[in-house]
Design a protein around this ligand. Structure first.
Ligand code: SF4
Length: 463
């Protein structure tokens, strides 16, 4: 026998909302940590918890920390202190959580510390300190889960951990070895996100080019076709969705060449985010970087020949232990030849537990500062020159935000948060998440300025 539930009165609804347990959530660090946060929040929302917008409105706060470099550790510790002061009930998770003594020494009042990817532990700690209250009217979660990014783009995490041993990094110690998600699971998630209105997927991991190596490139079926759990099949599968697919954290191994034709056909965006970190072979060797012996400049030239619109983004570390002036100049020369479109730079700082700490020749801070400024100046000049070539061209952009001064959008060449933007002064009728056709009028160091031609409804790539 079936029964129909009577609608609840406004008073009952108000009472129910009163007792909904509310979680405050702070997510620090990289997009990988953001995806972990989304998973935890999705589970909590499915269990009937609500997300509170402020510390004061929450019954309990979860802080997802970053422990990558010392500055990130400081930020994490400060945030935990702030959450304790303004709320009082705090659970800590994430990379810094792998070193609980570091947290507990400074903040002994935290309720629980868990490490990275400890979803189940975080959830059970929340249950212990703030039990869930079941309400079938409020426990509904959208099928694509809870996302912390705007509706029109989403991060797609394909694996956890890393098998590399870069000497400045402790992520493998914190997060463990490479653990890839099977390709059918990843493609199904991508399909759900696309169906929910996501127009751009950003593929992330610690090493996207190594995807599937740990599970021997396991085969699986999706939409009636066989795919293997490997980089090129992932690009091929995602390329059928008809939305923007952006690949991050790819290393320049020979098999990456195979994705370039898919980029030339716009199945995936002609964009590669490759953290090169340096241009001097001797420094790269001391860093123990993956693919450090590859002839990267030759490879970049070959990629550009096959796909002239390819955008290359990278990050670099200056002042790595033992870096001499001539090794640094080698890096500058390398940049001149590589002509990267987007460049980020860090000054080396030691991380507790990293092998590089034991290297000789730590570079004084004032030398690091000087090299940082010189590298950024060189990169800015290259960026400005490359952007100026776009003046007069037409392109399709994705609108991120619309305000009084117009719209902020991104082209194929711009990843959210880290790259430049396309600014549209008169953006009548545009909304965040819209595609638009624009004509580029001018450029500066990192951004383009455009005139709106038309808002467009269709997807940018063939399905
Ligand atoms: S590739 Fe290197 S820097 Fe990146 S997570 Fe792995 S060990 Fe760390």
């Amino acid at each position: 026998m079936s029964s129909i539930k009577a609608p609840r009165s406004p008073k009952r609804r108000a009472q129910t909302r009163e007792r909904i347990p509310k979680i405050g959530f702070v997510s620090l660090g990289c997009p990988k940590a953001l995806v972990d946060s989304e998973r935890i929040l999705t589970t909590l929302r499915a269990e009937g918890y609500e997300v509170a917008p402020t510390y004061e409105k929450a019954d309990l706060v979860v802080v997802n920390t970053c422990g990558f470099i010392d500055a990130a550790v400081d930020e994490s510790l400060q945030t935990i202190g702030e959450a304790l002061e303004r709320n009082g009930k705090v659970i800590v998770t994430g990379c810094l959580g792998a070193r609980p003594q570091r947290i507990l020494e400074r903040h002994p009042r935290v309720l629980k510390v868990t490490g990275p990817q400890s979803y189940a532990e975080v959830i059970s700690a929340v249950h212990e300190h703030l039990p869930p209250r079941h309400d079938p009217f409020l426990d509904l979660v959208p099928p694509q889960g809870v996302r912390l990014t705007p509706r029109h783009y989403a991060y797609l995490k394909i694996s956890e951990g890393c098998n590399n041993k870069c000497s400045f990094c402790i992520i493998p110690a914190l997060r463990g070895g490479l653990a890839s998600r099977r390709i059918d699971e990843v493609l199904r998630e991508a399909e759900r996100l696309s169906a929910a209105g996501v127009r751009e997927l950003l593929v992330i991991s610690q090493d996207t080019s190594a995807y599937g190596a740990d599970i021997r490139y396991a085969p699986a079926a999706w939409r009636g076709e066989e795919y293997r759990t490997r980089f090129i099949d992932l690009a091929r599968g995602l390329g059928t969705l008809g939305i923007w697919i952006r690949l991050h954290y790819v290393y320049p191994y020979p098999h990456v060449d195979e994705v370039i034709p898919l980029m030339a056909q716009r199945r995936v965006l002609p964009y590669l985010d490759i953290p090169f970190q340096h241009g001097s072979p001797s420094v790269l060797k001391r860093m123990r970087r993956p693919a450090h012996s590859e002839d990267v400049l030759r490879r970049i030239a070959a990629w550009r020949e096959r796909c002239p619109d390819l955008t290359l983004r990278s990050t670099f570390i200056v002042g790595f232990p033992g870096e001499t002036e001539s090794e640094f100049e080698e890096l500058l020369d390398w940049l001149d030849e590589a002509q990267l479109d987007r460049v980020g730079c860090f000054k080396y700082s030691p991380v507790e537990g990293a092998a590089a700490n034991a290297l000789h020749g730590h570079v004084p801070p004032e030398v690091q500062e000087d090299r940082y400024a010189r590298l950024m100046e060189r990169a800015a000049a290259i960026s400005a020159q490359r952007l100026a070539r776009r003046i007069g061209t037409r392109m399709r952009v994705l609108v991120d935000a619309v305000g009084e001064g117009g719209a902020v959008a991104r082209s194929e060449a711009d990843a959210p948060e880290i790259d430049g933007t396309v600014r549209i002064a008169a953006a009548e009728g545009l909304r965040p998440g819209d595609w638009a056709e624009v004509e580029i009028l001018s450029s500066d160091i990192y951004d383009l300025h455009a005139r709106l031609d038309a808002a467009v409804a269709t997807s940018p790539t063939p399905r």
